[in-house]
Ligand binder design. Sequence first.
Ligand code: FA5
Ligand code: MG
Length: 381
Amino acid sequence: WRQPVLSVLDLGGVKISRQDVVRDDPTNNVPDNIFSKLGVQLHRRDQHPLGILKNAIYEYFDTNYSNKFNKFEDLCPIVSVKENFDDVLVPEDHVSRSYNDTYYVDPQTVLRCHTSAHQAELLRSGYTHFLVTGDVYRRDSIDSTHYPVFHQMEGFRVFVLEDWEASGMDATLYAATDLKKCLEGLARHLFGAVEMRWVDTYFPFTNPSFELEIYFKGKWLEVLGCGVTEQDILKRNGKPNNVAWAFGLGLERLAMVLFDIPDIRLFWSNDERFTSQFSKGQLGVKFKPFSKYPPCYKDMSFWISESFTENNLCEVVRGIAGDLVEEVQLIDNFTNKKGMTSHCYRIAYRSMERSLTDEEINDLQWKVREQVQSKLNVVLR
Ligand code: FA5
Ligand code: MG
């Protein structure tokens, strides 16, 4: 299923060509490797772990809520700053709005960084129970559980007065209780028995807010964020007398646990040794890793300047090495007497499909060093 080279993509009914999304000007930070992911929609492939997982979640909601949840999985991932941030009350100065964290098409338009970008529009259209699945985009660090494109499913449920009145609880507690019950039930539906825990957290659009973590390979892995929707969102979108809950779950994270997939890059693999292990409706078949090829580590030290960020470094490395980069890790950090700060990063190169040659890796690393110097305003040591 290599992506066909299309001159014009159809993204949820919106026609988009490369030059609409990738431009060489400072108000745009979308690289070609990100553009190439638009329209791929891994979550809509019934044979792909993400599609299998999505279908299993649909089944849970259909069964337990008698098909009441409306499903959306083809909404255009190119959204306005208003939809992605303002409509869900993300403060003006929140880090997620920065060019360091989000892909901007232009100053008013972004690649959605979460499926919460669709909450307001769907509420205004009158939906009270909905699931939105889609690809989301973030500039981020590089390791086995982070990838700049991943998939989320948003869930949203609106309650009416009669719902909480009958319970004798106040509206917020009622919604929070129902939310946790719903998601614990979902976790049991997907995993059977699994170790999980709730962690209190903060989101601008919910209060209270929680994260659910699942114990996986010796660590707690954050799989979703959720909470009771801020009243202001309901008020602004035609539901002033209601209370609601919302969640946003990371499909890759859940699928990694369910199918034992060790590296998030594998979801994008066309290697038959990966793709042939999954079939429609088969939830939780354990992935058998084909032999792991050896990693190759390259260290790189440089004096940083004020504008240096790790996300920018990761973009440069990803732009050159693509999915051959497995991890970028800060291994040393010091400031000298003159106040200059040095960082040493270790880059792990590894293909999941073949052995890399020394020559190939040296070539990649050489290009990385060149671009780090020319694009990031740092001085190599
Ligand atoms: C959000 O995106 C919120 N919109 C979720 C939400 C919705 C909260 C509705 C409340 C109400 P967060 O940034 O934590 O939250 O991302 C949600 C999930 O996406 C995470 O729990 C994780 O499972 C997954 N995720 C986040 N970043 C990455 C990444 N770089 N790669 C893969 N998965 C990721
Ligand atoms: Mg989070």
